[in-house]
Design a protein around this ligand. Sequence first.
Ligand code: F6P
Length: 378
Amino acid sequence: MKKVAILTNGGDAPGLNAVIRAIVKTARTNGVECYGYIEGYKGLLENNYVKLDLATNASGLLHKGGTIIGTSNSTNVFNYKVVNEDGSVEFKDLSDKCVENIKNAGFDCVFALGGDGTQKSSRDFSLKGVNFIGVPKTIDNDVAHTDTTFGYNTAVSVATEAIDRLHTTAESHHRVMVLEVMGRYAGWIALESAIAGGADVALIPEIPYDINKVVEKINERRNRGKEFTIVVTSEGAIPKDGEMVVKKNLDDGSGLDNIRLGGIGEKVANDIEALTGMVTRNTVLGYVQRGGTPSAFDRILSTKYGTKAMELALEGIFNVLVTYKDGKMGYVSLEDVVGNNKVVGAASGNTKESNIRKIKMDDDLVRVARDLGMCLGD
Ligand code: F6P
C-alpha cells in the first residue's frame, strides 16, 4: 500500500473533511501517499486529482463543513450523458476510462465517501477489479448495514434547533407550525428531531399519513388548552391516499435519482389550516441541514470511519463498506450494501429501488414516539 485516492460524491454532509483528514493522517502514520479526486466520480473520469498533504491542504479540516475536494451528485460514469457536436445525446459506459485512470496513477485503493448511490458505483467498480473502500456519508442516515452515517447527527441537531425556535413563536401566536426536513425516502431526520425537539406530530415516508389523524391531535391539544402545535414532516412523507410531493423531476436518463423532493410541508400546512381553521405556517429547513461545521459526535464518528477505512486498506481488505454497528467499527461487503440492486451501472443514484435503510416499525424511535403520544399520522 503506497498510494491511495479519496473521492467525495453525492450531496455534501458535515464530516466529509474530518474523514479526509483521518484517512490522510492514518496514511502518513503508515507511510502511504494520499490524493483526492476533484468533484467525486467526475474527477475520476476526467483524471483530475490533487495531492493531499498535511503541510498544505489537508490540515485544519476537522471542523470545516463541505468537502475540500468538491463533490458531484450528477455523475454516473457507467451511464454517462454525452452531448455530441450535432446536439444529439448518447449515454455511454465510461467506467473503463476511470479504471485506466486509477491504474495509470498507481492508486492501490480508492476511498469513496458517499451514500447509497456512490456505494453502488463503488461496488460496480469493484467488479472491474479495482480496490474500493466505501465510507457511508449522508445526512439522511439511510445507508444499509450501518447504524449511523456521518453527517446525520449534525443534521438532526440543526433540525432540533429549528423546532426549538418554532416552539416559542408558535406558542406566542397560537399557531400550528410545520417544519419540512430532508431525508429523502427515510424519516430518520424527521423522527429523531421531532423527539429531540418535543414536536407533537412527525410524518415520515415509512408511515403514509392520514391528515385527519393530525387534525385529531391538534384538536386534542386545543381541548387541553394547548393553542399551538408543532408538526415535523419529512420531505418524503406520503399522504395515505396520495403521492410523494416532487418539486422537480430532472431525470436525464443517466440512471441517477434526480427527483427533487419538496413541497409536502406546504401541502400539510394548507390542509391543516383548511380543516382546523387555525393559522398555520410552514418552514422548509433546506440546505442548512447539511452545510456548516459538524457536531462533536460527527467529528468523532468521521474520524473513526476515516481511520478504520485506512486500516482496512493496510490489512488488504477491499470492496467493503466501513460500518458502525452496535457501537463498533466494522465492515460489510459492497455486494451486501447494494442488496438486490445488482445490475451494473443501473439505478446508480439514491433511488426508490436502491437498498436503503428505512425506519422499521419495531425501532425504538417509533415506540418512544408512540409512548409520548406523538402523532405519526396513522
Ligand atoms: O441526500 C442528501 C440530500 O440532502 C437529501 O436529504 C435531499 O433530498 C437531497 O440531498 C437534495 O439534493 P440536491 O443537493 O440535489 O438538491
